[in-house]
Write a protein of this length. Sequence first.
Length: 218
Amino acid sequence: MQRAAVFDVDGTLVDTNHLHVTTWWEALRQAGHRVPMHAVHRAIGLGSDDLVAHLLGDDRDRDQDDELSAAHKALYGQYFDRLPALQDAGRLLRRLDRDGWRVVLATSAGGAELSALRRAISADDAIMATASADDVTEGKPAPEPVEHALELAGVPAEHAVFVGDTVWDMRAGSRAGVRCVGVLCGGIPRSDLEEAGAQAIYDDPAHLLASLADSPLA
């Protein structure tokens, strides 16, 4: 039976969460919204529309949503040529590929942003497919991104593991019926990831790679 290793990207394989925090905070500030950075951080991992709704609430001026998203995209786009992969991210994906796992990315990024993230990871030879924001109607914490990744891999949920760094990742993976592995490099506390469904937790890709033999990805 084939196995699938599904990975979130931002904060899991590429060290971008705090860039997203800063650029979302600035986009919100420019539009007149004072949102503390810690609140923005907890919302990272949601798609743009859901993130804005989560931070500003249902009584916000929804006509601003597209402008906020565009402002964030423009600010974050300044970093596309220097996004830093987390240590051993590419090595981890290549090792899993060699071990017979079908490696699939499941991310709320799309278009040029996703291309920049893949360049940073530099492991396209190990990535079988990508389920991006362009491919689904509902983002995390809905299970659709993970379910779509499993469809691309041709693997049932019981033979898959999802690795992510946010509570939104853990909830999406749990709802899709896969085993969930959390990493702490996105800045979310261990207890929050465990409560959201993480069955094992590692510091970062390097720690997971070093611990593969005793992990859900053994």
